[in-house]
Write a protein that binds this ligand. Sequence first.
Ligand SMILES: NC(=O)c1ccc[n+]([C@@H]2O[C@H](COP(=O)([O-])OP(=O)(O)OC[C@H]3O[C@@H](n4cnc5c(N)ncnc54)[C@H](OP(=O)(O)O)[C@@H]3O)[C@@H](O)[C@H]2O)c1
Length: 283
Amino acid sequence: MPRFLILGAGGQLGSELVEILPADETVALTREQLDITDFGKVQDTLTKLRPKVVFNCAGFVRVDDAEEKVDEAWRVNAFAVLFLAKICSALDAALVHISTDYVFDGKKNAPYTELDVPNPLSVYGVTKLMGEFFVRAYCPRHFIVRTAGLYGRRGSKAKGGSFVDRILQKAKAGETLRVVTDQVTNPTYARDLAKHLVKLVETEKFGLYHIANRGYCSWHEFASTIVQLAGLDSPVEPVRSNQIPLKAKRPAFSALISVRLLSAGLPPLRHWREALTEFLQGL
Ligand SMILES: NC(=O)c1ccc[n+]([C@@H]2O[C@H](COP(=O)([O-])OP(=O)(O)OC[C@H]3O[C@@H](n4cnc5c(N)ncnc54)[C@H](OP(=O)(O)O)[C@@H]3O)[C@@H](O)[C@H]2O)c1
């Protein structure tokens, strides 16, 4: 029986967990191996494996597509999570469920803590918040972890790579980079988050946590820093969100901060610039 089960193991975060969890105690399943909306298969798989901890890194993450593929976003981000929460509870497994800064409306203009009240602006944000509610309602041994601005060595397939990959590709191809100045996030290295998740699980201090690299910046500053640290000289044109109309509304300021991590005995993650520097050096 494995100790750990990773769902959505082929994604940015899932693949980092695969790297750091002990291979002999872990089963990692990609979407091809287990679609979390296939409830029968989820039930069979979990009942057979009986893991102690389930990391749900699967998600419908295409924020704009979710406005149209509402059914699919609900199935993956909410109903599948309800089902997973029930099974984990029945098996007495801890469920680590990943959520998002997009549960907030961004009007606070200061980093959001775990005590702030969510008010999502998009189908994606609503479905992720519903997923959180289902986990809380059905699986007492849970960690709900909200994160933001994730990038990792394996970029999100659904988004055509991570934000870092896309900026580097465009800069190297000499394409014009136009990036918004009026949306603020915490760029977060998936490896840093994965390491903290593993430590958090050991504490058994269940509940809601915000985990993102420390500090925050606009997506424009994030892109400019990527270009600069990669030694490229492509200009990054600052634009406002209304100059790049997208289907889904996004919060203007959705950076996260934690008031709960310390009480679980964990320090905040390092600053986003330090993490990004290390990430780019490793490419
Ligand atoms: N990326 C961000 O900036 C960000 C910010 C805040 C929170 N989050 C949250 O963090 C979590 C991980 O995101 P990520 O950045 O690692 O995204 P990702 O790289 O796109 O990974 C998500 C994974 O979920 C898989 N998946 C999608 N639908 C599935 C299904 N029905 N059954 C099983 N697997 C399924 C995807 O497979 P395919 O690639 O084959 O579709 C992919 O491997 C998500 O819950 C997301 O909402 C992300």
